[in-house]
Ligand binder design. Structure first.
Ligand code: NAI
Ligand code: 15L
Length: 271
Protein backbone atom coordinates (compact mmCIF):
# COMPACT_ATOMS: atom_id res chain seq x y z
CA UNK A 1 0.00 0.00 0.00
CA UNK A 2 1.09 3.60 -0.58
CA UNK A 3 2.81 5.26 2.38
CA UNK A 4 0.61 7.44 4.50
CA UNK A 5 1.60 11.09 4.66
CA UNK A 6 2.12 12.41 8.17
CA UNK A 7 2.80 15.96 9.27
CA UNK A 8 5.52 15.71 11.92
CA UNK A 9 5.71 18.92 13.97
CA UNK A 10 8.79 19.57 16.07
CA UNK A 11 10.77 17.60 13.51
CA UNK A 12 14.06 19.42 14.30
CA UNK A 13 13.95 18.34 17.96
CA UNK A 14 15.46 15.33 19.65
CA UNK A 15 12.45 13.09 19.26
CA UNK A 16 11.58 14.46 15.83
CA UNK A 17 15.05 13.70 14.54
CA UNK A 18 14.83 10.11 15.82
CA UNK A 19 11.36 9.64 14.33
CA UNK A 20 12.46 10.94 10.91
CA UNK A 21 14.60 7.83 10.76
CA UNK A 22 12.36 5.32 12.54
CA UNK A 23 8.83 6.13 11.28
CA UNK A 24 9.22 5.75 7.49
CA UNK A 25 9.98 1.99 7.75
CA UNK A 26 6.48 1.60 9.25
CA UNK A 27 5.03 2.99 6.01
CA UNK A 28 5.01 6.77 6.33
CA UNK A 29 6.08 9.68 4.19
CA UNK A 30 6.85 12.73 6.32
CA UNK A 31 6.14 16.41 6.03
CA UNK A 32 8.38 18.15 8.56
CA UNK A 33 7.51 21.32 10.43
CA UNK A 34 9.62 23.19 12.96
CA UNK A 35 10.48 26.80 13.69
CA UNK A 36 14.12 25.77 13.44
CA UNK A 37 15.31 25.23 9.88
CA UNK A 38 15.96 21.67 8.72
CA UNK A 39 18.61 21.57 6.02
CA UNK A 40 19.18 17.84 5.61
CA UNK A 41 15.80 16.75 4.26
CA UNK A 42 15.70 13.39 2.50
CA UNK A 43 14.30 13.28 -1.03
CA UNK A 44 10.80 12.29 0.01
CA UNK A 45 10.56 14.68 2.98
CA UNK A 46 8.84 18.08 2.61
CA UNK A 47 10.05 20.79 4.95
CA UNK A 48 8.13 23.74 6.34
CA UNK A 49 9.95 26.19 8.57
CA UNK A 50 7.28 27.90 10.63
CA UNK A 51 6.26 28.80 14.15
CA UNK A 52 3.08 27.34 15.65
CA UNK A 53 1.88 30.95 15.90
CA UNK A 54 1.72 31.15 12.09
CA UNK A 55 -1.83 30.01 11.37
CA UNK A 56 -1.55 30.36 7.62
CA UNK A 57 1.59 28.20 7.50
CA UNK A 58 -0.08 25.56 9.67
CA UNK A 59 -3.13 25.53 7.42
CA UNK A 60 -0.86 24.95 4.44
CA UNK A 61 1.10 22.27 6.32
CA UNK A 62 -2.02 20.31 7.26
CA UNK A 63 -3.46 20.30 3.74
CA UNK A 64 -3.46 16.84 2.19
CA UNK A 65 -1.90 14.87 5.05
CA UNK A 66 -3.47 11.72 6.44
CA UNK A 67 -2.52 12.44 10.05
CA UNK A 68 -0.45 14.65 12.33
CA UNK A 69 2.15 13.69 14.93
CA UNK A 70 2.37 16.80 17.10
CA UNK A 71 5.72 17.04 18.87
CA UNK A 72 6.42 20.77 18.50
CA UNK A 73 6.51 22.94 21.57
CA UNK A 74 8.52 23.84 24.61
CA UNK A 75 9.66 20.54 26.09
CA UNK A 76 10.84 21.73 29.52
CA UNK A 77 9.72 24.32 32.08
CA UNK A 78 9.51 27.97 31.03
CA UNK A 79 7.65 31.15 31.96
CA UNK A 80 3.87 30.92 31.77
CA UNK A 81 3.89 33.43 28.89
CA UNK A 82 6.21 31.28 26.78
CA UNK A 83 4.30 28.09 27.55
CA UNK A 84 1.03 29.87 26.73
CA UNK A 85 2.26 30.91 23.31
CA UNK A 86 4.04 27.76 22.16
CA UNK A 87 2.18 24.92 23.86
CA UNK A 88 -1.31 26.21 24.59
CA UNK A 89 -2.02 28.63 21.73
CA UNK A 90 0.29 26.68 19.41
CA UNK A 91 -1.55 23.41 19.97
CA UNK A 92 -4.88 25.17 19.49
CA UNK A 93 -3.69 26.60 16.16
CA UNK A 94 -2.53 23.14 15.10
CA UNK A 95 -5.94 21.59 15.88
CA UNK A 96 -7.71 24.40 14.05
CA UNK A 97 -5.51 23.83 11.01
CA UNK A 98 -6.25 20.09 11.15
CA UNK A 99 -9.97 20.76 11.39
CA UNK A 100 -9.93 23.14 8.42
CA UNK A 101 -7.88 20.66 6.36
CA UNK A 102 -10.14 17.74 7.26
CA UNK A 103 -7.40 15.75 9.03
CA UNK A 104 -9.03 13.07 11.15
CA UNK A 105 -6.20 11.64 13.30
CA UNK A 106 -3.66 13.36 15.53
CA UNK A 107 -1.10 11.88 17.88
CA UNK A 108 -0.30 14.34 20.64
CA UNK A 109 2.98 14.23 22.57
CA UNK A 110 1.71 14.66 26.12
CA UNK A 111 4.03 14.02 29.02
CA UNK A 112 4.39 12.26 32.34
CA UNK A 113 4.57 15.82 33.74
CA UNK A 114 0.81 16.26 33.21
CA UNK A 115 0.54 13.96 36.24
CA UNK A 116 4.03 14.58 37.63
CA UNK A 117 2.99 15.20 41.24
CA UNK A 118 1.47 11.73 41.44
CA UNK A 119 3.34 9.82 44.15
CA UNK A 120 5.77 7.37 42.69
CA UNK A 121 4.42 3.84 43.25
CA UNK A 122 6.26 1.86 45.88
CA UNK A 123 7.67 -1.52 44.92
CA UNK A 124 4.85 -4.00 44.52
CA UNK A 125 2.05 -1.39 44.63
CA UNK A 126 -0.40 -0.83 41.79
CA UNK A 127 0.86 0.92 38.69
CA UNK A 128 -0.38 4.48 37.99
CA UNK A 129 -3.54 4.27 35.83
CA UNK A 130 -4.25 6.68 32.94
CA UNK A 131 -7.32 8.00 34.74
CA UNK A 132 -5.30 9.13 37.74
CA UNK A 133 -6.21 12.77 38.51
CA UNK A 134 -4.12 15.37 36.71
CA UNK A 135 -1.36 16.66 38.95
CA UNK A 136 0.88 18.82 36.76
CA UNK A 137 4.30 19.53 38.18
CA UNK A 138 5.10 22.63 36.08
CA UNK A 139 3.43 25.12 33.70
CA UNK A 140 4.86 22.76 31.10
CA UNK A 141 2.93 19.82 32.56
CA UNK A 142 -0.15 22.03 32.83
CA UNK A 143 0.06 22.75 29.10
CA UNK A 144 0.11 19.01 28.38
CA UNK A 145 -3.10 18.59 30.37
CA UNK A 146 -4.56 21.40 28.25
CA UNK A 147 -3.51 19.58 25.09
CA UNK A 148 -5.23 16.39 26.26
CA UNK A 149 -8.43 18.31 27.00
CA UNK A 150 -8.27 20.13 23.67
CA UNK A 151 -7.96 16.73 21.98
CA UNK A 152 -11.01 15.53 23.90
CA UNK A 153 -12.99 18.61 22.83
CA UNK A 154 -12.04 18.25 19.16
CA UNK A 155 -13.14 14.61 19.23
CA UNK A 156 -16.50 15.35 20.80
CA UNK A 157 -17.14 18.51 18.79
CA UNK A 158 -15.45 17.84 15.45
CA UNK A 159 -14.83 14.09 15.24
CA UNK A 160 -11.05 14.46 15.11
CA UNK A 161 -9.46 11.47 16.82
CA UNK A 162 -6.39 11.81 19.03
CA UNK A 163 -4.15 9.48 20.93
CA UNK A 164 -2.48 11.52 23.69
CA UNK A 165 0.73 9.78 24.66
CA UNK A 166 2.08 10.70 28.08
CA UNK A 167 5.67 10.05 27.12
CA UNK A 168 8.07 9.03 29.86
CA UNK A 169 11.68 9.63 28.78
CA UNK A 170 12.41 8.99 25.12
CA UNK A 171 16.13 9.13 24.51
CA UNK A 172 18.54 6.64 22.92
CA UNK A 173 19.34 5.27 26.40
CA UNK A 174 18.12 5.95 29.95
CA UNK A 175 20.46 8.31 31.82
CA UNK A 176 19.05 8.16 35.35
CA UNK A 177 17.67 5.61 37.78
CA UNK A 178 14.25 7.31 37.49
CA UNK A 179 14.30 6.83 33.74
CA UNK A 180 14.64 3.06 34.19
CA UNK A 181 10.94 3.08 35.11
CA UNK A 182 9.61 5.34 32.34
CA UNK A 183 12.11 4.93 29.49
CA UNK A 184 10.66 4.75 25.99
CA UNK A 185 13.24 3.42 23.55
CA UNK A 186 13.19 5.27 20.21
CA UNK A 187 12.28 2.04 18.38
CA UNK A 188 9.35 1.46 20.77
CA UNK A 189 8.35 5.11 20.29
CA UNK A 190 8.05 4.50 16.54
CA UNK A 191 6.03 1.32 17.26
CA UNK A 192 3.73 3.24 19.58
CA UNK A 193 3.25 6.10 17.12
CA UNK A 194 2.44 3.56 14.40
CA UNK A 195 -0.13 1.89 16.66
CA UNK A 196 -1.62 5.28 17.56
CA UNK A 197 -1.84 6.25 13.89
CA UNK A 198 -3.50 3.03 12.75
CA UNK A 199 -5.69 1.68 15.60
CA UNK A 200 -9.36 1.95 14.64
CA UNK A 201 -11.94 4.00 16.56
CA UNK A 202 -9.74 5.62 19.17
CA UNK A 203 -11.91 8.69 19.78
CA UNK A 204 -9.75 10.45 22.33
CA UNK A 205 -7.52 8.04 24.19
CA UNK A 206 -4.79 8.70 26.76
CA UNK A 207 -1.93 6.22 27.01
CA UNK A 208 1.41 6.11 28.78
CA UNK A 209 4.43 5.93 26.54
CA UNK A 210 7.22 3.66 27.66
CA UNK A 211 8.96 0.44 26.85
CA UNK A 212 8.18 -2.79 28.72
CA UNK A 213 10.50 -1.86 31.57
CA UNK A 214 11.03 -4.29 34.42
CA UNK A 215 10.71 -1.36 36.88
CA UNK A 216 7.61 0.11 35.21
CA UNK A 217 5.64 2.66 37.31
CA UNK A 218 2.51 2.92 35.20
CA UNK A 219 -0.19 0.97 33.42
CA UNK A 220 0.63 0.25 29.78
CA UNK A 221 -2.65 -1.55 29.06
CA UNK A 222 -4.31 1.35 27.18
CA UNK A 223 -1.22 1.60 24.97
CA UNK A 224 -1.23 -2.16 24.38
CA UNK A 225 -4.94 -1.97 23.53
CA UNK A 226 -3.95 0.10 20.47
CA UNK A 227 -1.92 -2.86 19.24
CA UNK A 228 1.38 -1.56 20.66
CA UNK A 229 3.79 -4.35 21.53
CA UNK A 230 6.88 -2.89 23.19
CA UNK A 231 10.07 -4.80 22.46
CA UNK A 232 12.53 -3.07 24.77
CA UNK A 233 13.28 -2.98 28.51
CA UNK A 234 15.63 -0.57 30.32
CA UNK A 235 16.84 -3.30 32.68
CA UNK A 236 20.20 -3.90 30.93
CA UNK A 237 21.11 -0.31 31.91
CA UNK A 238 20.09 -0.73 35.56
CA UNK A 239 23.22 -2.10 37.21
CA UNK A 240 25.50 0.62 35.91
CA UNK A 241 23.10 3.51 36.58
CA UNK A 242 22.43 2.28 40.13
CA UNK A 243 26.15 1.82 40.77
CA UNK A 244 26.77 5.40 39.62
CA UNK A 245 23.74 7.15 41.14
CA UNK A 246 22.44 4.87 43.92
CA UNK A 247 18.85 3.67 44.32
CA UNK A 248 16.09 6.33 44.44
CA UNK A 249 15.78 7.64 48.01
CA UNK A 250 12.08 7.42 48.99
CA UNK A 251 12.54 10.27 51.52
CA UNK A 252 13.95 12.71 49.01
CA UNK A 253 11.35 15.16 47.60
CA UNK A 254 13.00 14.88 44.21
CA UNK A 255 12.37 11.16 44.14
CA UNK A 256 8.93 11.07 45.75
CA UNK A 257 6.89 11.74 42.61
CA UNK A 258 6.54 10.50 39.05
CA UNK A 259 7.84 13.83 37.72
CA UNK A 260 11.14 13.56 39.59
CA UNK A 261 13.15 16.79 39.65
CA UNK A 262 10.42 18.62 37.70
CA UNK A 263 8.61 18.73 41.08
CA UNK A 264 11.49 20.42 42.89
CA UNK A 265 13.90 22.10 40.48
CA UNK A 266 12.65 21.65 36.90
CA UNK A 267 15.06 21.83 33.99
CA UNK A 268 14.34 25.01 32.09
CA UNK A 269 13.88 25.68 28.40
CA UNK A 270 17.04 27.53 27.36
CA UNK A 271 15.62 29.89 24.73
P1 NAI B 1 12.79 19.16 21.76
O1 NAI B 1 12.79 20.38 22.62
O2 NAI B 1 14.08 18.53 21.40
O3 NAI B 1 12.00 19.46 20.41
C1 NAI B 1 10.89 20.32 20.33
C2 NAI B 1 10.91 20.97 18.95
O4 NAI B 1 9.76 21.83 18.86
C3 NAI B 1 12.15 21.84 18.71
O5 NAI B 1 12.80 21.46 17.50
C4 NAI B 1 11.60 23.25 18.63
O6 NAI B 1 12.29 24.09 17.71
C5 NAI B 1 10.17 23.02 18.21
N1 NAI B 1 9.32 24.11 18.65
C6 NAI B 1 9.21 24.64 19.88
N2 NAI B 1 8.36 25.65 19.90
C7 NAI B 1 7.88 25.77 18.63
C8 NAI B 1 6.97 26.67 18.02
N3 NAI B 1 6.36 27.64 18.70
N4 NAI B 1 6.71 26.50 16.71
C9 NAI B 1 7.36 25.55 15.97
N5 NAI B 1 8.24 24.68 16.52
C10 NAI B 1 8.50 24.80 17.83
O7 NAI B 1 11.84 18.12 22.52
P2 NAI B 1 11.72 16.54 22.31
O8 NAI B 1 12.43 15.87 23.41
O9 NAI B 1 12.05 16.20 20.91
O10 NAI B 1 10.16 16.33 22.58
C11 NAI B 1 9.20 16.38 21.54
C12 NAI B 1 7.81 16.49 22.14
O11 NAI B 1 7.58 15.37 22.98
C13 NAI B 1 7.60 17.74 22.99
O12 NAI B 1 6.27 18.18 22.83
C14 NAI B 1 7.81 17.22 24.40
O13 NAI B 1 7.09 18.00 25.34
C15 NAI B 1 7.25 15.81 24.28
N6 NAI B 1 7.85 14.91 25.25
C16 NAI B 1 9.14 14.47 25.08
C17 NAI B 1 9.70 13.61 26.00
C18 NAI B 1 11.07 13.04 25.80
O14 NAI B 1 11.46 12.21 26.61
N7 NAI B 1 11.81 13.40 24.76
C19 NAI B 1 8.96 13.20 27.20
C20 NAI B 1 7.61 13.73 27.29
C21 NAI B 1 7.09 14.54 26.33
C1 15L C 1 9.60 15.54 29.40
O1 15L C 1 8.44 15.84 29.29
C2 15L C 1 10.66 16.28 28.67
O2 15L C 1 10.22 16.82 27.45
C3 15L C 1 11.90 15.43 28.43
O3 15L C 1 12.98 16.28 28.02
C4 15L C 1 12.30 14.66 29.69
O4 15L C 1 12.70 15.57 30.67
C5 15L C 1 11.13 13.83 30.18
O5 15L C 1 9.94 14.59 30.31
C6 15L C 1 11.39 13.16 31.53
O6 15L C 1 10.55 13.24 32.43
O7 15L C 1 12.45 12.51 31.66
Amino acid sequence: TAPRTVLLTGAAGGLGTLMRELLPPHGYRLRLLDRRAIDDAAGDEDVITADLADKEALREAARGVDAVVHLAGISLEASFEKILRANIEGTYHLYEAAREAGVKRIVFASSNHAVGFTPRPADGSAAIPVDTPRRPDTYYGLSKGFGEDLASLYWDLHGIETVSIRIGSCFPAPTSVRMLSIWLSPADCARLLHAALTAPDVGHRVVYGSSANTRLWWDLSTARALGYEPQDDSEPYAAQLIAEQGELDPDSPEHAHLGGAFCTDPPRWPY
